[in-house]
Design a protein around this ligand. Structure first.
Ligand code: ADP
Ligand code: MG
Length: 615
């Protein structure tokens, strides 16, 4: 028997690998741009001819390469970026496979010129189809310039497969924009057939977006910012009224890398739920920063998908951050009766405090008002004014002086909501809220009246609190003296197993799950023991009614369901301090205006409206 296995000659192996990395001119551009960024370039110029089919040339002012490195850079798996497999988990660079230059050199005519800052003379190397044609010293500027000519010259099938110049240029521009959006601090120029397509000076994110998309982009952007231990979100979403009928300006960046994620996209869409006309797409430019350890980029080189360790949390955080921004944007002006209600004032992010509407609400109870006297910065002090719905829930409400336990309640500081309650109000006296029909809490605003649905408001407060404890912080639980034993159907037990982890995040402790019963030895401190069974029943019913398999919003559903069942009901009598707790807690929420299922929480009646009724 003759042997049938043999090693492929290098140049064949290289060509095959090249097919993976380089599919079209745009992929060359992406790889080369990433190399320049990894080399810490501050200025990058791109010249292309005929959509990159004839020439792609990238010139950077980065760190350059030594003579040996220049030669080595074209070897497969030659990289300066990782040394050991562990390094993959702490990647700070775009490249790490050491394949791009080798692949590109296998299928094109490549010329590299490079010089390190500390050297006088640079290196020039020419390679065609993996074969080194020449290597010599040359004079060249500090940095690296690579030109790639006649792409796929030796693979005609590939070359013929390329699309029209228009289409290929579109791909190039797409790649270019993704890289440029991720790195506003680097200046980029893109020149096609001698004419300038983009000339982008180094700047900040918002300006970079404007420079790329031009025109009125700036006024369409609403900033999004959220910082948690596991993730930072920043960037912008497009105002709903500017949403378009085509996809397009939708960008996610994770650690400065453009990614596609249908899952995260869904979370953005969910945040826009109910705000967009049918068939319209939101635009977004969202920058996520996560610990490199929590993502896995070591997948196919041309792919833009990333695996996250904890997708569910990310989903919930992203959605709530965007909702919050959209909420600020649309709610704030409505509450300001002095301003023209046509919302003509654009949302000024930079000087938020200057444009924040001021509405003053009367109330006389504030359990936290010990610090800040005369301080104008209410945004920070306000965050501590979160209502204790715990006291409210266990519900006797006759101990107004009891210090409120803050340990499980902490909201972010919110300038806009913070200013809802101005300083003047403190001086006024008398009861500032009252209950109507045991259903609404009425409060006065400076120029009108606020009508809050008590159940919805409390649901919103609990929902945000629960979501936070599920997704971010560890919840506090109370040990039960005697474990609770609850009976459930097998089907319910199944469901319960599925959400056990999330429930434990809220503070439940399951000491046993059997075929048809569960034993619970600890419950969240915010729940009272006698209600546990009811809560879980509601919860399981809610889960049962969900679309099967649609489990990625599990935490959200859990928080929604628990909040709904725990919230104070319509028909409950609330004393003064309970009412105040709700009002304060509500306006410390990220999105006070809507319930978790997007129903309005309060309405406002401006004085003018009331006056009109008397005419
Ligand atoms: P990778 O980026 O995965 O390391 P590449 O084949 O793209 O692999 O590049 C190989 C090596 O060549 C890089 O690790 C880097 O050291 C060097 N290199 C490539 N491009 C540049 C550049 N523009 N400036 C400086 N060094 C570069
Ligand atoms: Mg690279």
């Amino acid at each position: 028997m003759t042997d049938v296995i043999h090693l492929l000659p290098d140049h064949v192996a290289n060509q095959i690998a090249a097919g993976e990395v380089v599919q079209r001119p745009a992929s060359v551009i992406k790889e080369l741009l990433e190399n320049s960024i990894d080399a810490r370039a501050k200025n990058i110029q791109i010249f292309i001819k005929e959509a990159g089919k004839i020439l792609i040339k990238i010139v950077d002012d980065g760190m350059g390469m030594s003579v040996t490195d220049a030669r080595l850079s074209f070897e497969r798996h030659a990289t300066s970026k990782i040394r050991a497999a562990e390094d993959l988990f702490s990647l700070q660079t775009k490249g790490f496979r050491g394949e791009a230059l080798a692949s590109i050199a296998a299928i094109a005519h490549v010329e590299l010129k490079t010089k390190r800052p500390e050297e006088e003379i640079g290196t020039c190397i020419r390679i065609e189809g993996s074969e080194v044609i020449s290597q010599e010293q040359c004079t060249t500027a500090t940095g690296t310039s690579i030109s790639v000519k006649n792409l796929f010259y030796n693979i005609p099938a590939r070359r013929n497969f390329l699309k029209s110049d228009t289409v290929e240029t579109r791909h190039i521009v797409d790649e270019f924009q993704r890289v440029a959006l991720a790195h506003p601090d680097i200046a980029f120029t893109l020149i096609h057939n001698g004419s300038e397509l983009f000339q982008l000076p180094a700047t900040k994110y918002r300006q970079r977006i404007n420079n790329i998309f031009g025109g009125k982009t700036n006024e369409k952007l609403v900033p999004v910012n959220e910082e948690t231990e596991i993730l930072t979100i920043s960037g912008f979403v497009g105002k709903p009224e500017f949403a378009r009928r085509t996809r397009g300006e939708q960008f996610f960046f994770v650690n400065d890398r453009f990614i596609k994620s249908p899952y995260l996209h869904h979370s953005v869409s969910a945040a826009f739920d109910g705000l967009l006309k049918d068939g319209a797409y939101p635009s977004y430019f969202l920058y996520l920063k996560v610990d490199p350890k929590s993502i896995d980029i070591n997948i196919h080189p041309t792919k833009t998908e990333i695996k996250f360790e904890d997708e569910h949390t990310l989903y919930a955080l992203l959605r709530s951050a965007i909702k919050h921004s959209l909420g600020q944007f649309s709610v704030a002006p409505v509450l300001d009766f002095e301003r023209d209600p046509t919302l003509d004032t654009p949302y000024h992010y930079e000087n938020k405090s200057a444009t924040t509407p001021r509405v003053e609400v009367d109330r006389n109870f504030n359990p936290f008002k010990t610090e800040h006297s005369g301080s104008r910065d209410f945004s920070n002090s306000f965050r501590k004014e979160t209502a204790s719905w715990e006291g409210l829930y266990t519900g006797l409400g006759d101990e107004e002086d009891k210090p409120i336990d803050l340990k499980q309640i902490e909201f972010e500081s919110e300038e806009v909501t913070g200013n809802l309650f101005g300083t003047a109000r403190a001086k006024e006296s008398g009861n500032s809220t009252f209950q109507l029909n045991r259903k609404f809490i009425i409060s006065t605003l400076k120029n009108g009246m606020l009508v809050i649905d008590q159940h919805r408001a409390h649901t919103r407060i609990l929902y945000e609190e629960l979501l936070k404890s599920i997704t971010v912080s560890a919840a506090v639980s109370q040990q039960l003296l005697f474990p609770l034993n609850l009976q459930f159907s097998q089907n319910e037990i199944q469901l319960l197993r599925g959400i056990k982890d999330a429930l434990e995040q809220t503070g439940f402790i399951f000491s046993g799950i059997n075929k048809d019963s569960v034993e619970i030895s600890g419950i969240p401190t915010i729940i009272i023991e006698s209600e546990v069974e009811m809560l879980l029943e509601h919860l399981l019913a809610d889960f049962e009614n969900e679309v099967p398999g649609n489990n990625f919003s599990q935490t959200d559903l859990l928080a929604k369901s628990l909040a709904k069942s725990m919230a104070v009901k319509s028909g409950s009598l609330l004393n003064q301090s309970e009412q105040q707790h709700i009002v304060n807690g509500l306006f410390a929420c990220k999105e006070p205006s809507l319930t978790p299922s997007n129903k309005p929480v309060f309405i406002t009646l401006p004085v003018e409206e009331i006056e009109k009724k008397f005419m």
